[in-house]
Design a protein around this ligand. Sequence first.
Ligand code: ADP
Ligand code: MG
Ligand code: MG
Length: 209
Amino acid sequence: MSDQGEAVVAAVAAVADRLEAERSYLTDLDSAIGDADHGGNMARGWAAAAEAVADMADPEPGDVVKTAGKTLLSEVGGASGPLYGGSLVFASPELADGLTAETAVAFAETYLEKVQDRGDARIGDKTMVDALVPAVHTFKKSVEVDEMTPVEGLSKAVAAAERGVDFTVPIRASKGRASYLGWRSVGHQDPGATSTLYIMEELLGVARE
Ligand code: ADP
Ligand code: MG
Ligand code: MG
């Protein structure tokens, strides 16, 4: 197994553990403005993904991401399964040459593009996009303009995602189930933006090792 493949397998396992630990909190968030299944969706889907990638023989980073995404697609229905799973599968070829600053930025941009293609959400719609756009833009700028290392860039991106999650609280939902609530969605934090932040925090944790 390549060192990089091994690191990505470890990242998927770390994400699975974190989302299991946050299961009830994410479900609480989704019970306020959705159907109370986001914690279960994420915990179940990522646990299955971690199992699937642990079984891979000689995986490369792109293959690991693709397998994780395919597993999420088959395990998780609703909005988040296709958004997370489909976008991971779609962006995984960006890692075909391994993990570098350049391929990491390309992966992040392609992932974001697919989430927006599929879900048609923009900033301010109160979705995972509110965490993802500032994170991906900050990551790209940090690496390409400020010439930070990918790990430093990822740390800036996590801070940007955190502000994006906070931004979802005072705005009205225009996409997804929460939009059915109209103005009653105001004052609640978006579950998918929150799980996106947790995933990024775990990626950073593994990248720092
Ligand atoms: P469901 O809403 O089908 O029950 P989940 O509860 O697992 O699925 O996921 C809900 C999350 O999915 C929301 O909090 C939001 O962040 C995200 N989401 C929903 N619709 C969209 C969309 N069109 N674009 C981007 N993200 C979306
Ligand atoms: Mg839900
Ligand atoms: Mg649901």
